[in-house]
Ligand binder design. Structure first.
Ligand SMILES: Cc1cc2nc3c(=O)[nH]c(=O)nc-3n(C[C@H](O)[C@H](O)[C@H](O)COP(=O)(O)O)c2cc1C
Length: 164
């Protein structure tokens, strides 16, 4: 491989290890979980970009991690609604690979429905789901970030494969 080829291969490799972390949060729990995951990912081989007010146009890289709570009767948190609308209007997201973490409360019939619906929407648009949705139950987990961090090795394995 020539020096120029090697340099561009390294650049592609770095670009592929950028992760867009898309946050849906009303009271801050999901946001905190997203920040903790970002910290851990940044400390390993990845570079994360946190989106507190997600905008599709600002999500430049093809690896996405969505971290969202659920409200109402299975509704998305308010800050995620414009992004969901953008996804709905988009025809083709087949270049995207993603994982979703849901922070919810199993005392609701619509337990973690926003997380499931978001994964379904992305799949319907052609995106590839890397892992089943991680559903964290605030009834069981005093610290939801612990459950997400325990899941991180599974996620990083899939992200590393996706980034190759
Ligand atoms: C008004 C209200 C409605 C909720 N509705 C749901 C629901 O339908 N499904 C669910 O799994 N959790 C539901 N929850 C639980 C929240 O998703 C949970 O408390 C979560 O930790 C909030 O995260 P956030 O602080 O990031 O917004 C609801 C909570 C509130 C206060």
């Amino acid at each position: 491989m020539s020096r120029i080829d090697r340099k561009s291969a390294i650049r592609v490799h770095r670009v592929m290890r950028n992760i867009e972390i898309i946050i849906g949060s009303q009271m801050g729990s999901a946001e905190y979980v997203a920040e903790q995951l970002a910290e851990q990912l940044d400390a390993s081989e990845f570079s994360t970009h946190l989106h507190e007010q997600p905008d599709l146009n600002a999500c430049q890289h093809p690896l996405w991690l969505v971290v969202t709570s659920t409200y109402g009767a299975g509704d998305y948190p308010d800050n995620l609604l414009p992004f969901i609308e953008q996804l709905t209007q988009h025809d083709d997201l087949s270049h995207i690979q993603f994982a979703v973490v849901g922070i919810g409360d199993s005392s609701y019939d619509t337990y973690n429905l926003a997380a499931s619906n978001c994964a379904q929407l992305l799949t319907d648009k052609g995106a590839q789901q890397l892992l089943p949705v991680l559903k964290v139950d605030v009834q069981d987990e005093a610290l939801p970030e612990d459950a997400a961090i325990a899941w991180l090795p599974e996620l990083t394995q899939q992200l590393s494969l996706a980034a190759q």
